[in-house]
Write a protein that binds this ligand. Structure first.
Ligand code: ZN
Ligand code: ZN
Length: 142
């Protein structure tokens, strides 16, 4: 490991540009495999291993983020800013959710335990519109 805690400027290779570009266009918080499918349309010879490596690099330099949600697959987010997510418990779809969470939530967490709180993650769970619709259709045919 050469991580010295500093954000190193990275060389934006063509591959990285394309990966970053595609990821920012995808609002669905894709898995590495889904990013790979998209990038391959532009760079047919790219390998899945290259996608993984570059996603890691882009995460490390803070250009994208890795979602720390409870879903089945590791997912990525082209929006590295602080924002919140809602995950469908049926199909695992993850959407952004616009929400103002008061800063005092971290102060409260500090007071409630003995950790130095440096940030927080908040994941909402629910049922997405498509799954809700499928459920109500199932219910009406029974
Ligand atoms: Zn769903
Ligand atoms: Zn997001």
């Amino acid at each position: 490991m050469t991580d010295d805690g500093l954000q190193k400027p990275i060389r934006m290779t063509r591959q990285r540009c394309v990966i970053l570009d595609q990821l920012r266009k995808m609002k669905c918080h894709p898995s590495a495999d889904e990013v790979y499918q998209r990038v391959r349309e532009e760079l047919p010879r790219v390998s899945l291993g290259t996608i993984y490596r570059n996603l890691d690099v882009l995460c490390e330099c803070g250009l994208i983020q890795r979602l720390e949600t409870a879903g089945t697959q590791r997912r990525f987010d082209g929006n590295a800013g602080e924002h919140y997510h809602v995950r469908c418990i049926v199909c695992d779809r993850i959407d952004d959710i616009e929400l103002d969470v008061p800063d005092e939530i971290e102060q409260r967490a500090r007071e409630a335990g003995d950790f130095d709180i440096v940030g927080h993650r908040l994941e909402f769970v629910g049922i997405c519109p498509a799954c809700r619709k499928a459920r109500s259709q199932n219910a009406s045919t029974n």
